[in-house]
Design a protein around this ligand. Structure first.
Ligand SMILES: [Zn+2]
Length: 339
């Protein structure tokens, strides 16, 4: 498979993608993906605190012209095996199947969040989940709404995942967002959760999604928010939203809205969501910076710690309740009916 510049977030799950044991993280200088400027200043430096696949520190910079925050220099495509090592997997992929408490909670949360953004789904609507990974959300939808036409897009589906999803009628599109064959004006809803920040070329990716969405159709995006109140609590590059070296572009409400406006969408609404995973990543990183990479204290905040996840969810809900922005945003946008 050709790995192109617009690379979907890898959901490695049971499929090792490591193409060798080389831990070299190759990087190259880049420019602002929002405005094209090459003038930026460093605001943080961090490394891969979560997977420890590389100990190279990379710089987060802010664009002097538009204030966009991005990784610069950024890893090249050839560094994908280092960025996404064979043990890489999303929170969801580790707890698939509904056989344990975390999986049950995650499925319920997923579906409630989807209902909140999707509104009333008409019979037979076509829904695309970009970067669907193991298809957890699509499976939940297929169970309660068998009338929907469900599609999942990801760069690769392991054979077992493909079998499971196709068995319940979910259509799979395998490939990068750039290369995938997506019909024009086709989908009624597009979901893109925790993905846009992984793209090398977010502008190209979003424009492609605008093309495949039907006029009046809606896209729901979730991505870290650099205006999150907790970002400045974590020094250096330890804020979990940085997620070095995988998050290449990071947005706040304004910058994401501007990019969506420029790629063919109009904003419906934007809001903060609790960010318990980012809290856990932040604490893991901060504890490693303080006590070293092997510290057991960092493991206190791994993602199996239900109490920590619940606690940070409540904390963020309270913060959002008093008007603060959390480190996770939901942005919903629509493709205008006529240009
Ligand atoms: Zn810029």
């Amino acid at each position: 498979m050709t790995i192109s510049r617009v690379q979907l977030k890898m959901q490695c799950d049971s499929n090792p993608v490591r193409q060798g044991s080389d831990r070299t993280l190759e990087t190259r200088p880049t420019t602002c993906s929002c405005c094209g400027s090459d003038i930026s200043r460093e605001i943080a430096r961090g490394r891969d605190y979560i997977y420890q696949a590389s100990d190279v520190y990379l710089s987060l910079v802010t664009c002097e012209r538009c204030e966009h925050i991005y990784l610069n220099p950024q890893p090249t495509i050839s560094s994908l095996p280092v960025m996404y090592p064979s043990n890489y997997g999303t929170f969801s992929s580790k707890f698939r199947g509904g056989y344990n408490l975390l999986a049950v909670i995650k499925n319920k949360v997923n579906f409630r969040r989807f209902k909140a953004v999707a509104g009333v789904l008409a019979k037979g609507m076509r829904i695309l989940d970009v970067g669907c990974g193991n298809g957890e959300l699509l499976r939940a939808l297929a169970t309660v709404r068998p009338d929907l036409e469900l599609y999942g897009l990801d760069w690769h589906f392991p054979a077992t995942t493909r079998e499971e999803l196709e068995a319940v009628g979910i259509h799979l599109v395998e490939g990068t967002l750039e290369d995938a064959a997506l019909p024009e004006n086709f989908f009624d809803r597009i979901l893109m959760y925790q993905l846009v920040e992984h793209l090398w070329e977010p502008r190209i990716g979003l424009a492609k999604l605008a093309t495949t969405l039907r006029p009046g159709g809606v896209i729901a995006i979730e991505t870290p928010d650099t205006d999150g109140y907790d970002r400045h609590l974590f020094p250096k590059g330890t804020w979990g939203g940085y997620y070095v070296p995988r998050h290449l572009n990071l947005y706040n409400f304004e910058r994401l809205a501007k990019l969506l406006g420029e790629t063919g969408f109009e904003i419906v609404h934007q809001k903060s969501l609790p960010a318990p995973v980012i809290w856990c990543y932040s604490l893991q990183a901060a504890l490693q910076e303080r006590y070293g990479p092997k510290t057991w204290t960092a493991r206190l905040f791994d993602l199996q710690n239900i109490a920590a996840l619940a606690g940070f969810t409540l904390l963020d809900m309270a913060a959002i309740g008093i008007g603060l922005k959390s480190s996770n945003q939901q942005t919903v946008a629509r493709k205008p009916v006529s240009d």
